[in-house]
Design a protein around this ligand. Structure first.
Ligand code: SF4
Length: 59
């Protein structure tokens, strides 16, 4: 399955909306609440949170 998001910055390879790594379905993502994150993505998100590299709301 392919997916394109208008918020994805292909040059910087990150999310313009959240200004951090794209993890579809994460809190603050346009897809938030539309599906369940996989365990791998949950672990990736937790790792980024621990590093202070995530934001859960757009500003
Ligand atoms: S995190 Fe969500 S809103 Fe941001 S680029 Fe990825 S899919 Fe789009």
């Amino acid at each position: 399955m392919t997916f394109a998001c208008k918020h994805y910055d292909h040059d910087a390879e990150c999310c313009r909306r959240l200004k951090c790594e794209c993890i579809p379905g994460r809190p603050g993502c346009m897809l938030d609440g539309q599906f369940e994150l996989s365990e791998d993505l949950k672990e990736r998100l937790k790792s980024l949170e621990d590093q202070g590299k995530v934001r859960d709301r757009k500003e």
